[in-house]
Design a protein around this ligand. Structure first.
Ligand code: GLC
Length: 530
């Protein structure tokens, strides 16, 4: 078994704009984030994923890049980026950044040159059509706003292809020059010292008639080429695949030992099922999806998450499951976006600490490298009335000072939450420091406990039969050792579980030894070691 640092790591998703404003302009920035690295470190995580930090018109919060070799002026400059990287590394934290491969902003100079001149070498950087009728079998991802994957550009006199917003024209990977451009961007950030990339939206790089234009062989060929370049020039670089796909379609993104692609792939289908099992009080959906998840190559890893900066996506469920999830978790239509749900973790769980603890304990003990979304460690709320996904991207709530200690500006990029339940007076990191039962300290406790148990970090996974659909149990163990037995009562009713031999529950404080028939309170969870 090959073990690399990322196999065992816990990640933290950082949105620079939301974190800490150091210069009072209302936007978070790298200098501000440096001030808060001790907070991140204190959670016990190993690596930070920085959401796009490039110059951008910010029409898709930076996933619309207008320069791959720079820093958004609101966030600082290259020196600030370097200082952030050094400060993170000095604390033993790794840093991966987002790299948006599939598309650029329409404000990128490549697109501007391309649209203005049919003969420009940049024209072929994008995908054009005279009719806008090609690739009709391709689904639309931003269903709420985009009527088509083609948009007519008056200046160009042709349609251009885009899988996301129409301000995000797709790059043309049939043009090898595009490969070189992206490789140069990758080299640029690796030269600065980043530890790897979360590679955005990779299933969509190529288009072929008669297909759904996802996961094409050509896309895999390119990704193998990218991996080879990175391995040759920057060995040890972590590449994480963002591919919102079924497990069997995800497997090829790991590549093969001879021809690898990514070391880590997000496991999208697990996520909605974590919410399903909790609401149903029935473990079946999670059992089914894990049983459907193929074994991955040695040294590879899944990345698991409860929430991120996007809507809680419901692409990887059946239409019936989607309907049910939206009825249960998004009763107000305003909570819905595209196929998903635009709410944060704590509100999804009714701000119920038992449910929050259970779901966190579950995802921190399943196989995979877990990632925590900024703000969820303090149980931040959302504002469903903000457009798009902004309601889950509000300023981090540090204390009960003005703008939650986020900024001294008059106005911030988005208002700080100030509602009765989730407003910064109620929910902030400073207030939670002192309370051992706060979300913040529970997060530290859970991550710290996981980090102390090799079986949870990297052990094999075996189901444990409980004879009860409401009780989910599995064992994680390293090479035949007894490991850790994880038991969850998914229901709001008391249940029981039989321990075949006495074991110590490390989630009880202080730890307690239990034996025989164990009573499980509603939403109870236990991590038992010998
Ligand atoms: C990814 C990002 C999302 C973005 C999209 C287009 O899915 O997570 O935020 O809008 O790619 O780049």
């Amino acid at each position: 078994m090959t073990t690399n640092w990322y196999n065992n790591a816990v990640f933290y998703e950082l949105y620079i704009r939301a974190y800490k404003d150091s210069n009072g302009d209302g936007n978070g920035d790298f200098r501000g984030a440096i001030e808060k690295l001790d907070h991140i470190k204190s959670l016990g995580v190993d690596c930070i994923w920085v959401m796009p930090h490039y110059p951008s018109p910010l029409l898709d919060d930076g996933y619309d890049v207008s320069d791959y070799l720079g820093v958004h002026p609101d966030y600082g400059d290259l020196d600030d980026f370097r200082a952030f990287l050094d400060a993170a590394h000095a604390r033993g934290l790794k840093v991966v950044t987002d790299i948006v491969m599939n598309h650029t902003s329409d404000q990128h100079p490549w697109f501007q040159a391309a649209r203005q001149d049919k003969n420009s070498p940049y024209r072929d950087y994008y995908v054009w059509s005279d009719t806008g009728t090609e690739y009709a079998d391709t689904r639309i991802i931003f269903l709420d706003t985009e009527p088509s994957n083609w948009t007519y550009d008056d200046v160009a006199g042709q349609y251009f292809w885009h899988r996301f917003y129409s301000c995000q024209p797709d790059l043309n990977y049939d043009n090898p020059q595009v490969h070189e451009e992206m490789f140069n961007a990758i080299r640029f950030w690796l030269d600065l010292g980043v530890d790897g990339f979360r590679v955005d939206a990779i299933p969509y790089l190529y288009e072929r008639e008669g297909t759904n234009c996802e996961n094409l062989p050509e896309t895999h060929d390119f990704l193998k080429k990218m991996r080879r370049m990175v391995d040759d020039e920057y060995p040890g670089t972590l590449l994480i695949a963002e591919a919102n796909q079924w497990p069997e379609d995800l497997l090829p993104y790991f590549g093969t030992p001879e021809e690898p692609e990514f070391q880590v792939c997000f496991h999208f289908p697990i996520m909605p099922r974590l919410y399903m099992v909790l609401k149903k009080g029935d473990k079946t959906p999670i059992v089914d999806i894990l049983n459907r998840t193929p074994a991955i190559p040695p040294g590879a890893q899944w990345m698991t998450f409860l929430r991120n900066h996007d809507e809680l996506t419901l692409e990887m469920v059946t239409p019936e499951e989607r309907k049910w999830m939206r009825q249960q978790y998004a009763p107000n239509p305003r909570m819905r976006l595209n196929l998903g749900i635009r709410r944060r973790l704590a509100p999804l769980l009714d701000n119920d600490k038992r449910k929050w603890f259970l779901l966190n304990a579950l995802f921190l003990s399943l196989p995979g490298a877990p990632i925590i979304y900024y703000g969820d460690e303090i149980g931040m709320g959302d504002n469903i009335w903000f457009p798009d996904r902004h309601g889950c991207r509000t300023p981090m709530q540090w204390d009960n000072d003005r703008h939650a200690g986020f900024s001294t500006a008059k106005e911030t990029y988005l208002p700080v939450l100030c509602d009765e339940t989730y407003g910064y007076q109620q929910v902030n990191a400073a207030a939670q420091e002192a309370d051992p039962a706060s979300y913040l300290n529970l997060t530290r406790f859970l991550i710290g406990t996981r980090q102390s148990l090799a079986a949870l970090r990297s052990g094999q996974f075996v189901w444990v039969e409980t004879g009860n659909d409401a009780v989910l149990a599995f064992r994680r163990h390293v090479d035949g050792t007894d490991g850790v037995l994880c038991v969850f009562n998914l229901s709001d009713q008391p249940q029981t579980f039989i321990l075949r031999r006495p074991r110590v529950d490390v989630l009880s404080r202080p730890e307690v030894k239990m034996r025989g028939k164990v009573g499980l309170r509603p939403y109870a969870c236990h991590w038992f070691r010998n």
